[in-house]
Each structure stands twice: as structure tokens, then as C-alpha cells.
Design a protein around this ligand. Structure first.
Ligand SMILES: *[C@@H]1O[C@H](CO)[C@@H](O)[C@H](O)[C@H]1NC(C)=O
Ligand SMILES: *[C@@H]1O[C@H](CO)[C@@H](O)[C@H](O)[C@H]1NC(C)=O
Ligand SMILES: *[C@@H]1O[C@H](CO)[C@@H](O)[C@H](O)[C@H]1NC(C)=O
Ligand SMILES: *[C@@H]1O[C@H](CO)[C@@H](O)[C@H](O)[C@H]1NC(C)=O
Ligand SMILES: *[C@@H]1O[C@H](CO)[C@@H](O)[C@H](O)[C@H]1NC(C)=O
Ligand SMILES: *[C@@H]1O[C@H](CO)[C@@H](O)[C@H](O)[C@H]1NC(C)=O
Ligand SMILES: *[C@@H]1O[C@H](CO)[C@@H](O)[C@H](O)[C@H]1NC(C)=O
Ligand SMILES: *[C@@H]1O[C@H](CO)[C@@H](O)[C@H](O)[C@H]1NC(C)=O
Ligand SMILES: *[C@@H]1O[C@H](CO)[C@@H](O)[C@H](O)[C@H]1NC(C)=O
Ligand SMILES: *[C@@H]1O[C@H](CO)[C@@H](O)[C@H](O)[C@H]1NC(C)=O
Ligand SMILES: *[C@@H]1O[C@H](CO)[C@@H](O)[C@H](O)[C@H]1NC(C)=O
Ligand SMILES: CC(=O)N[C@H]1CO[C@H](CO)[C@@H](O)[C@@H]1O
Length: 841
């Protein structure tokens, strides 16, 4: 065994030398630490030295414990030992050369008699950045966790501090702190909508969330001079993506000036995906990859290209999109690089698609191209630290380490330098990289610009200019001067929510947290507490107050009052005992709704939206119609909620409002997507998605399903067009829906989902049609079942929970963040009460 290992290691070294015509990069700082181990550990061809044995290492063994694997089921050698701390502890790394460094962390809850590491809460910070905040393996769907960060170290030491939460411990299995070439990540990238250079990246931290080798095999530290891992892209490919692997021998890759194996190994450029011969009517389509991401962050996206498929120059021209925003138009690789098989890459900065939890990247043929094809070789997606300098959650280092003086550290582990001789080589490397000519990004474009930053985004560093000031939201009302219902003191709010008791948490949304509260008189309320730090939050707070104070309707959630004391932004709403509609459809094990109930709920929601569109002085577009924003009261009366994103509609002389695309992926009007023009028909489209969801009881978007089924709008439409919607409807409804009613319902949904807004009905028409569908159901059930006993509550039938996406990705996964919708669902433990027929027939 040993010999085989050595032989393959030597072979690897050999092939490495043969393949690289470049002097390979030697990192000035290169700490590979096996925490708590008693011996050197070799992992992916590199030697990790025990933290206790590292040369010139000082270890104060105050409260640290060593845990070794008692079970033999360790995923990789680096995870076989851990160091456990019962108090805050730090590793200090002496830095030879300032600049960006990889910080890689390995975690595996090794079995251990004294502490249950699975429930330990992990918080890790550097001097400046929060890397990991209160992570625990308890809610994690993986046995181990690997994290990679890219941090610009601007002092002579880098301190990694591990913070246990009260009464618990913190642990780590392995740490890498390794220099990277200074030009690997530069200060600039291209922002989208509109495309425009964008700077300020050099002071921000990144976390690798995805790194893919399109059409190629898994590459790890043995195949990458910078120790990176590249995984195959197959599991992220999306709907209609018929792809084909292409590959050439890695040695044919010709690195130009400015791109080197440190940018990406030649194995990445030597394999690619191209458009396959799709068995579809038109052979023009996009190849799309969809990535689950935390929507509260911005992302740096690096796309790697290399034309290894063309036979002649200038024959391949294609486009690249990020979330359907154009990123590269008419990209002709060979005209840029002057040859085939020459690597090329570009960086972009973008958010998750609108306020959903995915980010998508597509390539597709350009209209000017002679041949219909497109390609991509590699893709890196890095999370960018937010304005609190955090990569995980909303705490800053200052708040996690209140007395941030280094003396406060209880245990100091000093990992000294052992890399004296390396310095000279480093100098050579530095010169080499300084001499490299960098490809310039395109010149700035004219016009106003903005980057659609997430709510808690990097507003200090990244905001381009305006956000909402010229749009409809900005009718900055004076809170005091408007009739907004009751004013609550902060004390009253504290009393009502038991000091914001987490047990009373109903949900977490873009705006903030929602708690159940009880007023002094016993009235139940929902208390929505905005995040005081968020500027966009203030805008939405005002919008919501502004909107709600003007609107009163039986099918809109009503505002009871507000609290703006101590710069809090708190809204108090009527409490909706039965929670979001979505929980009654799937995911929460609640009894299934009857068809009649579903129709009544849809009718109620349609009434609410119809009122928004037509009832007020100025038409209002909701912008975020989805099943989590339709709430049910104790009588199952549907009310539309969440006006945080609302815009007042076009004035009479305009037909649309031009605006930033917002809303939720899966519900978004494709026309709005394309043209960024908002009309009330955008709400109609989203409502069509809601109708399909109500019928089929599955999420609007479910990437784990086979490709053609991922998007409910597409999937249901194909069945509707065949007139076979009954094939995919909720099993609980089979045999209980009158065919005429279903037909009417299907037709209504189909019209709502029309590609073009002009072809969609108004909310008023939708309402009329749904009422008709209800009537058809009632007349038919009057014939067959004379006694409608609301026989909907069939207990014992479990709804299958559909996972929103596969979390089992090994290298990625910061999946400690619960998505908004999940949190809302989880919180919906509302008591299910019997339907009281509101019509009392
Ligand atoms: C990556 O390196 C390992 C070890 O040297 C080797 O076995 C494997 O073939 C390499 N992968 C590729 C794609 O060359
Ligand atoms: C562990 O690795 C270091 C660095 O590669 C080396 O100097 C040391 O001799 C090794 N120790 C053992 C016990 O093999
Ligand atoms: C950490 O997370 C747990 C749940 O996983 C929560 O109960 C606890 O309050 C959190 N602690 C902090 C300090 O946020
Ligand atoms: C830990 O406990 C102390 C005192 O009980 C408290 O002040 C502090 O906020 C707690 N910290 C966390 C992170 O829960
Ligand atoms: C790191 O930060 C310093 C100071 O902000 C900056 O001058 C330098 O260019 C940065 N380095 C990299 C590689 O971004
Ligand atoms: C493409 O290549 C990858 C890795 O080599 C392989 O896993 C995958 O099955 C291939 N796909 C096709 C369609 O051949
Ligand atoms: C794209 O190019 C590849 C490689 O040349 C080829 O196999 C594939 O059929 C092309 N796709 C289309 C849609 O022409
Ligand atoms: C998928 O392909 C079908 C058939 O060509 C097309 O009608 C549909 O619009 C495509 N969907 C997407 C999202 O591209
Ligand atoms: C590819 O996607 C973009 C953005 O979603 C869209 O504008 C374009 O029409 C699509 N191309 C094709 C051929 O479907
Ligand atoms: C309707 O409910 C009543 C009382 O709950 C019961 O006696 C009757 O049998 C039910 N009828 C049907 C058709 O289930
Ligand atoms: C969690 O892991 C199990 C077993 O590996 C897998 O079947 C399941 O799909 C995973 N769930 C998610 C949400 O990733
Ligand atoms: C540190 C330690 O004891 N590691 C052990 C973990 O288990 C493997 C085999 O199961 C041993 O080879 C290691 O020595």
C-alpha cells in the first residue's frame, strides 16, 4: 500500500513537471496545520504538520483538548484529529508577504468521550472578517465541512480566533493559510445591469461557494498549483440544458500573458461543455447552471473560457448571462485571444437572482453567429463579505469579540514562520507576476447605474449610486403626519413578544424577523421587526407603512400599528392564525385542503390583488406574489401580505414602471425579467404560478426534480396544453374535482402564464374565472355529494416534503442559513381549525 502511494506520488510529481512549462508558483506563506494530531498527515499530496509540533510554535495548553478518531469512519485523513477549545482561542500566523491568502478550514465532529462535537457551535473570525458564525453540525446534512476563503492580509500576522458559544466548545481539524499570487483577484470586476466596471474588491473577503470544471473530472490539490478543488458541473445543470462534453489534451492549452496555471489548471481549460443537439424544436437554447446561494450576499463570478471546439477562427460567437442579465454579448474568443485553445476569463459581480436563493449562469448562441453553439470551461462563484465584514450572518467581528484586544485571548497558539528560504523564491515570483500584462476590462458606459444589492449587502463599499430614490417607493412620507393606526412604545412591543422570544418567531424575511405577540388586551398580533442597519430596510419600512395605511381590504393583511422608538422599525399586523398558504400545500405536514377551500383561498387572494391594482387612487403592483405571501386567518380567509416590494403603478400617461427586477425566482414574469418593465400583469403571471402550485402542491421551483419538471410554470403548462393537468395534480384531489371546474381553473392559470403581458387577463378577469370554477365545482358536487361536510381533513395522509435543493455538496455548503421560506414554513405550527364556510349556504 505504502509503496503504491509513493509511486503514484512520484508519478504525479513527474507529470506535473512535464506538463508545466512555467516556473510554478511557490507561496511565501504556506501553513498546513493538522490540529490536535500527533503525527504528520499527508492529504492530497501535501503534508499537514501537527499544531503542537510546528517549528517555533508556542502552545499554551490551557483549555484545549485533543480528540483523535475512535471510529475508523473518517472521510479524509485530515479529519482524523481535532483540537477542541472550551474557551475562546486563537491561532496566530506570522505573514511573510502581505496580500491575499487562502484560508482553508476543515471540520469534522470526531467522536469524543467528553464533548459532543456535533452540537458544538462554531464561530471563526479573523482580525477583520467573520468567516463562520454559530455553525453547528446538528442541522447540517454532511459528515464533514470544508471551507475556503480568500482574505487580503494587510498586517504581519493573521489571527484566527475560534469562539465557542456559552456552555459549549469549539473545534477545528485542519487549517491552511497559504499565499496566492497578487494578481489572482484584482480590485475590479464587471457589475451587471448595466455592465460597468466596478472597483473596491481588494479590501473585501471572499468565500468560495462553487468552483466547477465544466465537462471535466474532479480536480483537487494534487492537480492545482494553488491547492484548489474543482468539481464537475453536471449536478448544477438546469432545464433545457442539453450539453456535450468536449475535451482536448491538456498540453495543447496555450496560456497567454496574464493567464497562468494559477488562474486555472490546464485540465480546466482542456475540458468544456458545449450545446448538445437538443431534441427540441428550435435548436437555439441556453445552457444554464443554477446554484443555490444565500441571497443576502453579493457574489464574484469568474467564468473561464477556452475555445477547444472550433475548427477555425471566428466561427464561435456566443452570449453569457448571469440571472438572465447579459454579462458578455457576442463573445468571440478567437478574436480576443488570436488563436484557438487559448484561455480567457472574466469577472463579474452580481447578486442572487432578484431576492430568491439561487444564482444562475447561462451561455447561449448569439443572434449574429453563423453557427449555433456556446461553451464554458470553468466557473468560480465566490461570496463577497458584506458591509459588516461578515461572510456568515449579520454580526461583525467587533460584536463577536467585544474586547477585541489580543490580551483578552485566553489561549494563544503561535504558529511561527518556518519559511525563511522561501522568501527569495517569493521575490522571483513577485517580479514575475508584476511583469504580467493584465487584460483590460471594457471602458465605462454612460448612464445611471446601480447594483441590485441585497438587503444586508455591501452598501458602504459596493453601492454604485441610486437605489430607489427616483422610483415610486420614494414618496418619503413623514411617519408622524400620516394616520398609521396605533403607535406602540418599544416597551409595549417587548412585553407583547416576551422580549422578542425566539420561541415566538414566525418567520424571517428580507425585511427582518416576524414574531407572534400578544397585546395587553389579549389580542394576538404579528410583530415585524426591521433590521435597523439596513438602509433599504428603511425604504421598505416606509413603503409598507405608506401602502398599508392607505389600504383597507378584507383580503389584505391589515396594519394595526407601528413603533419607531429608538430607531427601531417595527410594524404590528393582525395575526394570521393559519399562516402562509404554502404550508397548507406542502412541506409542513398539515392536512390537505379541499378543492373548494383552495378555490376560495385563490379567490380571496385574487380579490386582494384586484383591489391593489384597481381599488386605490393609484394602482399598486405587489411585485412579490407567492404562496408564502398569501396568509390565512383562523377562518381560512386568504389575505395578501408583504408590501415591502410594492411599487405604485404607472400614471395614466405611462404603461409601465421601469424598475429593478425584484421578486422571487420561479414566480417572476419572464417579460419583466427581460425588459425590467413592471406592469400589473407581472402580478398576474406570479398569480398564475400560485394557481399551479395550489393545484399540484409542489414548489414553484424545485431543482432536484428532473430537468423538465424543475419549473412549475413550464411543467404544468406542458400538461395543460395537452389538457391533462389532472395527471400532475395533487393526489389528494384525485376524484374530488369536477372536470369542468378543473378545466376552467387550468385555462385561467394558462392565461395568467402567457408569455406576453398583453395576452394575460386582468386580475378582475382572473377573479371572475375562479369564481366560475368554484360555481362549477359546487354544481357538480351538489349532484354527486349532497352533503358537503368539508370532508377535506383526511388525517393520516402525509404530504411528501420536497426538498428545495440538494444540500449535499461537499466543498460548498455554508448551508447554515435557513431560507426565508423554509423559516416561515417551519414556524407555521399554527393550529388547524375547521373551515367555517364563509358563505353559509
Ligand atoms: C490529479 O492528480 C492525481 C494524483 O496525482 C491523479 O491521479 C489524477 O489523474 C489527476 N487528475 C487529472 C485530471 O489529471
Ligand atoms: C513532518 O513534516 C515536516 C514538514 O514537511 C517535516 O519537517 C518533519 O520532519 C515531518 N515529521 C515527521 C515526524 O515525519
Ligand atoms: C446559535 O444557533 C442556535 C441554533 O442553532 C441558537 O439556538 C443560538 O441562539 C444561536 N446563538 C447565537 C449566539 O446566535
Ligand atoms: C454568554 O453568557 C453571558 C452571561 O451569561 C452573556 O452575557 C453573553 O451574552 C452570552 N453570550 C452568548 C454568545 O450567548
Ligand atoms: C490588499 O489590500 C491592500 C490595502 O487595501 C491593497 O493595497 C492591495 O492591493 C490588496 N491586495 C490584493 C491582492 O487585493
Ligand atoms: C462529462 O464528463 C464528466 C467527467 O469526465 C462525466 O462525469 C460525465 O458523465 C460526462 N458527461 C457526458 C454527457 O458524457
Ligand atoms: C457544438 O459543438 C460541439 C463540438 O463541436 C458539437 O458536437 C455540437 O453538436 C455542437 N452543438 C450544436 C447545437 O451544434
Ligand atoms: C425549453 O424548451 C422548450 C422547447 O424548445 C421551450 O418551449 C421552452 O421555452 C424552453 N424553456 C426555457 C426555460 O428555455
Ligand atoms: C438565453 O437566456 C437569456 C436570458 O435569460 C435570454 O435573453 C435569451 O433569449 C436566451 N437565449 C435563448 C436562445 O433562449
Ligand atoms: C356530515 O357530518 C355529520 C355530523 O358531523 C355526520 O353525522 C354525517 O354522517 C356526515 N355526512 C357525511 C356524508 O359524511
Ligand atoms: C441529506 O442526506 C441524505 C443522505 O445522504 C440524502 O438522502 C438527502 O437527500 C439529503 N438532503 C438534503 C436536503 O441534501
Ligand atoms: C490520530 C489517530 O489516531 N488517527 C488514526 C485514525 O484512524 C486511522 C485508521 O482508522 C489510523 O490509521 C490513524 O492513526
Amino acid at each position: 500500500m505504502k509503496i503504491v502511494k509513493w509511486v503514484s506520488f512520484v508519478l504525479a510529481m513527474f507529470s506535473f513537471l512535464v506538463d508545466e512549462s512555467f516556473a510554478s508558483y511557490t507561496p511565501p506563506d504556506n501553513y498546513l496545520i493538522a490540529c490536535g494530531s500527533s503525527q504528520n498527515i499527508t492529504f492530497q499530496g501535501r503534508t499537514f504538520v501537527p499544531d503542537s509540533q510546528h517549528s517555533s510554535l508556542v502552545l499554551e495548553t490551557g483549555n484545549s483538548i485533543v480528540a483523535a478518531n475512535s471510529s475508523s469512519r473518517v472521510p479524509f485523513p485530515i479529519y482524523q484529529s481535532a483540537r477542541i477549545f472550551t474557551e475562546k482561542a486563537s491561532y496566530n500566523f506570522e505573514i511573510q508577504q502581505q496580500g491575499r491568502h487562502w484560508v482553508r478550514l476543515y471540520f469534522f465532529p470526531v467522536k469524543n468521550p467528553s464533548h459532543d462535537l456535533t452540537s458544538a457551535s462554531l464561530t471563526v473570525v479573523t482580525d477583520e472578517f467573520v468567516l463562520l458564525n454559530n455553525f453547528t453540525f446538528k442541522n447540517y446534512n454532511g459528515s464533514y465541512m470544508f471551507k475556503e476563503y480568500a482574505i487580503n492580509v494587510t498586517s504581519d500576522t493573521l489571527t484566527l480566533t475560534l469562539i465557542p458559544s456559552n456552555g459549549s466548545v469549539v473545534f477545528v481539524n485542519g487549517i491552511e493559510v497559504v499565499s496566492m499570487p497578487n494578481d489572482l483577484f484584482i480590485d475590479q470586476a464587471l457589475a451587471l445591469i448595466p455592465s460597468e466596471p466596478f472597483s473596491g474588491l481588494s479590501v473585501l473577503a471572499f468565500e468560495t461557494v462553487y468552483r466547477l470544471n465544466m465537462g471535466g473530472p474532479l480536480l483537487n490539490a494534487q492537480n492545482d498549483t494553488l491547492g484548489r478543488t474543482w468539481e464537475n458541473d453536471l449536478k448544477y445543470l438546469h432545464v433545457n440544458s442539453s450539453v456535450l462534453n468536449v475535451s482536448v489534451s491538456p498540453s495543447t492549452i496555450k496560456y497567454p500573458a496574464g493567464v497562468s496555471p494559477e488562474t486555472a489548471p490546464n485540465w480546466v481549460y482542456a475540458t468544456a461543455e458545449t450545446m448538445g443537439d437538443a431534441n427540441v424544436a428550435q435548436n437555439s437554447f441556453n445552457v444554464t447552471w443554477v446554484f443555490p446561494v444565500d441571497p443576502n450576499f453579493s457574489y464574484l463570478i469568474r467564468a473561464h473560457f477556452c475555445d477547444i471546439m472550433s475548427i477555425s477562427l471566428n466561427s464561435l460567437v456566443f452570449d453569457m448571462f448571469v440571472n438572465s442579465d447579459i454579462a458578455l454579448r457576442s463573445l468571440d474568443l478567437s478574436s480576443i485571444t488570436g488563436n484557438l485553445a487559448v484561455p480567457y476569463y472574466r469577472d463579474f459581480v452580481s447578486n442572487a437572482s432578484t431576492d430568491s436563493n439561487t444564482l444562475s449562469v447561462s451561455v447561449g448562441p448569439d443572434s449574429v453567429a453563423d453557427i449555433t453553439n456556446a461553451t464554458m470551461n470553468g466557473l468560480e462563484i465566490m461570496k463577497i463579505s458584506n458591509s459588516l465584514k461578515s461572510l456568515d450572518g449579520l454580526s461583525s467581528v467587533e460584536s463577536l469579540l467585544p474586547s477585541s484586544s489580543s490580551k483578552a485571548n485566553k489561549i494563544g497558539i503561535i504558529v511561527g514562520s518556518s519559511v525563511g528560504a522561501v522568501a527569495a523564491i517569493a521575490l522571483v515570483g513577485l517580479c514575475y507576476y508584476c511583469c504580467i500584462v493584465r487584460r483590460q476590462s471594457k471602458s465605462p458606459q454612460q448612464g445611471h447605474s446601480w447594483l441590485p444589492l441585497p438587503l444586508y449587502g455591501n452598501s458602504q463599499t459596493l453601492t454604485k449610486s441610486t437605489l430607489s430614490q427616483k422610483s415610486g417607493t420614494a414618496s418619503c412620507i413623514s411617519i408622524a403626519s400620516t394616520n398609521l393606526g396605533r403607535f406602540f412604545s418599544f416597551q409595549e412591543i417587548l412585553d407583547a413578544t416576551n422580549k422578542f422570544d425566539e420561541k415566538l418567531l414566525l418567520g424571517v424575511g428580507g425585511f427582518g424577523r416576524v414574531y407572534k405577540g400578544t397585546l395587553e388586551d389579549g389580542t394576538n398580533v404579528a410583530v415585524k421587526r426591521g433590521n435597523p442597519r439596513s438602509e433599504q430596510g428603511i425604504a421598505e419600512f416606509r413603503t409598507e407603512i405608506d401602502m398599508l395605511s392607505k389600504l383597507r381590504h378584507r383580503h389584505l393583511v391589515s396594519l394595526i400599528g407601528y413603533c419607531d422608538e429608538r430607531s427601531e422599525m417595527i410594524l404590528v399586523y393582525e395575526y394570521m392564525a393559519n399562516g402562509p398558504l404554502r404550508s397548507h400545500l406542502y412541506g409542513a405536514d398539515l392536512p390537505p385542503l379541499s378543492w373548494k377551500q383552495r378555490l376560495e383561498i385563490c379567490i380571496g387572494a385574487a380579490r386582494g390583488l384586484h383591489y391593489l391594482h384597481t381599488g386605490a387612487a393609484q394602482s399598486i403592483i405587489h411585485r412579490d406574489v407567492k404562496t408564502t405571501n398569501i396568509l390565512l386567518d383562523d377562518n381560512f380567509v386568504a389575505k395578501v401580505a408583504d408590501f415591502g416590494l410594492s411599487k405604485t403603478g404607472p400614471a395614466l400617461d405611462q404603461t409601465h414602471v421601469s424598475t429593478a427586477v425584484k421578486g422571487s425566482f420561479g414566480y417572476l414574469d419572464p417579460e419583466y425579467f427581460r425588459r425590467q418593465q413592471l406592469t400589473d400583469k407581472s402580478d398576474v403571471y406570479s398569480f398564475g404560478v400560485v394557481l399551479m402550485e395550489v393545484l399540484c402542491t409542489r414548489p414553484a421551483l424545485n431543482p432536484v426534480l428532473p430537468r423538465e419538471q424543475v419549473n412549475i410554470a413550464e411543467w404544468a403548462m406542458t400538461w395543460q396544453k395537452k389538457g391533462m393537468l389532472d395527471q400532475i395534480m395533487d393526489q389528494n384531489l384525485v376524484g374530488k374535482v369536477s372536470p369542468a371546474s378543473l378545466k376552467k381553473f387550468g385555462e385561467t392559470a394558462e392565461k395568467c402564464l402567457a408569455e406576453h403581458g398583453v395576452d394575460r387577463p386582468s386580475m378582475g378577469d382572473v377573479l371572475w374565472n375562479l369564481e366560475y370554477a368554484l360555481q362549477l365545482q359546487e354544481t357538480s358536487s351538489a349532484l354527486t355529494e349532497p352533503q358537503d361536510n368539508s370532508t377535506n381533513h383526511i388525517t393520516g395522509i402525509q404530504l411528501t416534503t420536497l426538498e428545495p435543493f440538494d444540500n449535499s455538496v461537499s466543498m460548498i455548503d455554508g448551508s447554515n442559513s435557513v431560507t426565508d421560506d423554509d423559516a416561515e414554513d417551519a414556524a407555521t405550527s399554527a393550529v388547524f381549525s375547521q373551515l367555517v364556510n364563509p358563505r353559509g349556504r
